[in-house]
Write a protein that binds this ligand. Structure first.
Ligand SMILES: C[S@@+](CC[C@H](N)C(=O)[O-])C[C@H]1O[C@@H](n2cnc3c(N)ncnc32)[C@H](O)[C@@H]1O
Length: 452
C-alpha cells in the first residue's frame, strides 16, 4: 500500500510524527520519496486515514496512491498521464455523487526548484474530456499559479471529497505517483480548540493544539486511557489534546490562576466534545514536588511545554539569556529528578525548552541537557539518523531536537524527546538503510536553504 502525507509548515516535526505513529501502530514502512512538502510511504498494512488524520497535528492531507510511473527528467505530469484516465478509472477515483460532480487536481513537486505552470489545468482537462464524453456535467476546482495544489480550505469549502475527488499527482525527477485524497486536516476544529477556549493567556505562551498532538505522538507507544502528565499545564492545551486523542490527563501548575484557566477550558472542551468528567485531574503544585499529588496515578508519559522563562517582545542581551538558562537548568534538574519517583523505565518525557531566536536561522539553546542525561534519561532521535543524512533539508539539531518556531515570536520552542532509562533503539523501519530503491533519491542533495 502506498500513501502520501502532505506535511505541515514545520515539516521535520510532521515527518517525525508520522513515523512515530506508524511505528507505534506496528506498521512496517519504507519512505519512497520525501520533500519539505510531501512524503511518500509504502506500508505493509492498509492505514485508516479517517482515524489517523484527527490525531496527526502535523499532517495536512492523507492521500492513497494508486499508480506509479517511471518518468524522464523534465517530462510534464500531463504528458506522463496522457492516456491514463479512462471512464472506469475515473469511477474508481470519484466518490458516488448524484448531483453535479466536482473535482480538484493538485500537483506536488518532489523537487521544490521545479514548479509546473498550468499542469493542474492540463491534468484536469484529461479528466474532464473523459467525463464529458460520457455526457457527465462536471466542475473542476484548480489551484491558481504560483500554487500548484489546493489547500485544505479549498478542498473542504468546495466539498470536493464528497462531490467527486481530489486527484493528486506527486512528481519527482524519475517517478510520478498518482492517487486521491482520503482526508484533509479539519482546520476549523483545530482553530476552535485553540481560539474559542474561554481562558487564554498569551503572556505565558500557549502551544497550538496541533503541536501538542505532535508532542503526544512523540510519547508513543501509549494505550487508550493512559495517564499523560503536564506539570506546567498553563491553560491546558496538552491536557485537552491528550483527552481528545483518547488518553487521560493530569495537569498541574504553580499558579492558581493557571489551574483555574485549565479548569475553565477543559470544562468548555468537555461540554463541546461530549467527554465524560473523569478524564482529567488538575492540581496546584510546583513541578519540582509533583510526585506528592500523584500517589494514585500510574503516569505513562510526561508531555509538557515547560516554563520558558520570561516572555520577551525583543531579544534579551546575552547575559540575561545566560541567567535565564541557569535558572531553568536548575529547575529542570529538580523536576527530572522528581519524575523518577513515578516514571517506569522506558517512559518518555517530551518537553519544549526555550530557544531564543538570535537570527532568522539561528537560535540560542539551553547550553546542555545534563539536567536530564545526568539523571538517567536518554535523548531519543526524532527521526532515524540515516533519513536526516539522506534528506538534507530535514532540520534536526546536533543534540537530536527539533525547533518549532513562529515568525512573530522571540522565544521559539526546542522540542526534545527523553526516555527514562537507556535507549531501546526507537526506530524499527523496514527500509533497508543502504538501499536506493529505483534510484528514488529525490532531493537528497537539497541543502537546508533550498529546502526551507
Ligand atoms: C509556557 S506555560 C505553559 C502553557 C501551556 N502549554 C498552554 O498551552 O497553555 C508554562 C507554565 O508553567 C508554569 N510554571 C512556572 N514554573 C512552574 C513550576 N515550578 N511548577 C509548575 N508550574 C510552573 C507557569 O505558571 C505557566 O503557566
Amino acid at each position: 500500500m502506498q500513501y502520501a502525507f502532505i506535511l505541515g509548515r514545520v515539516y521535520t516535526l510532521s515527518l517525525a510524527e508520522i513515523l512515530k505513529v506508524l511505528q507505534a501502530l506496528g506498521v512496517g514502512h519504507k519512505i519512497l520519496a520525501c520533500s519539505p512538502e510531501v512524503v511518500v510511504i509504502e506500508t505493509d498494512k492498509a492505514l485508516k486515514p479517517e482515524e489517523l488524520q484527527p490525531r496527526l497535528g502535523g499532517v495536512i492531507k492523507i492521500i492513497r496512491l494508486f499508480d506509479t510511473f517511471q518518468k524522464k527528467g523534465k517530462e510534464f505530469p500531463s504528458q506522463v498521464l496522457g492516456s491514463y484516465f479512462t471512464f472506469k478509472r475515473i469511477k474508481e477515483y470519484f466518490h458516488e455523487y448524484s448531483g453535479k460532480k466536482q473535482f480538484g487536481v493538485s500537483i506536488y513537486s518532489l523537487d521544490p526548484t521545479v514548479r509546473f505552470r498550468e499542469e493542474a489545468q492540463r491534468v484536469a482537462f484529461l479528466i474532464k474530456k473523459v467525463l464529458q464524453d460520457e455526457t457527465q456535467s462536471v466542475r473542476a476546482v484548480l489551484p491558481q499559479f504560483p500554487s500548484q495544489a489546493l489547500t485544505s480550505v479549498q478542498v473542504n469549502e468546495n466539498h470536493i471529497l464528497e462531490k467527486g475527488a481530489e486527484v493528486v499527482v506527486i512528481s519527482g525527477n524519475q517517478r510520478l505517483f498518482i492517487g486521491k485524497t482520503i482526508t484533509v486536516q479539519n482546520y476549523e476544529d483545530y482553530g476552535r480548540r485553540d481560539y474559542q477556549r474561554p481562558a487564554r493567556d498569551e503572556k505565558v505562551g500557549m502551544i497550538p493544539p496541533k503541536v501538542a498532538q505532535t508532542m503526544i505522538n512523540f510519547a508513543q507507544p501509549l494505550k487508550p486511557l493512559d495517564y499523560i502528565l503536564d506539570p506546567f499545564c498553563g491553560c491546558g492545551t496538552v491536557l485537552q489534546e491528550a483527552i481528545y486523542m483518547g488518553y487521560r490527563a493530569i495537569g498541574a501548575d504553580l499558579e492558581q490562576k493557571m489551574v483555574e484557566n485549565s479548569e475553565k477550558n477543559l470544562e468548555w472542551f468537555r461540554n463541546r466534545y461530549h467527554v465524560s468528567p473523569g478524564r482529567y485531574k488538575l492540581f496546584k503544585s510546583n513541578a519540582a514536588e509533583i510526585s506528592i499529588i500523584l500517589p494514585n496515578y500510574q503516569v505513562a508519559a510526561v508531555v509538557t511545554e515547560g516554563t520558558l522563562g520570561p516572555i520577551y517582545s525583543k531579544l534579551p542581551k546575552k547575559p540575561e539569556m545566560t541567567e535565564n538558562f541557569k535558572t531553568l537548568s536548575k529547575l529542570y534538574d529538580q523536576v527530572f529528578k522528581e519524575f523518577k519517583k513515578f516514571l517506569t523505565e522506558g517512559a518518555r518525557v517530551v518537553i519544549c525548552l526555550p530557544a531564543y531566536k538570535v537570527s532568522a536561522t539561528d537560535y540560542a539553546f539551553l547550553p546542555d541537557l545534563d539536567f536530564a542525561t545526568q539523571n538517567g534519561y536518554t535523548v531519543l532521535d526524532p527521526l532515524p539518523d540515516f533519513l536526516v543524512k539522506k534528506y538534507r533539508f530535514l532540520k534536526v539539531t546536533e543534540r537530536k531536537s527539533c525547533v518549532y518556531d513562529r515568525r512573530d515570536q522571540i522565544v521559539a520552542r526546542e522540542i526534545v524527546i527523553f526516555q527514562y532509562g537507556t535507549n531501546d533503539s526507537n526506530q524499527v523501519l523496514t527500509e533497508d538503510r543502504n538501499s536506493n530503491p529505483a534510484g528514488e533519491d529525490e532531493n537528497s542533495e537539497l541543502t537546508e536553504n533550498n529546502g526551507a
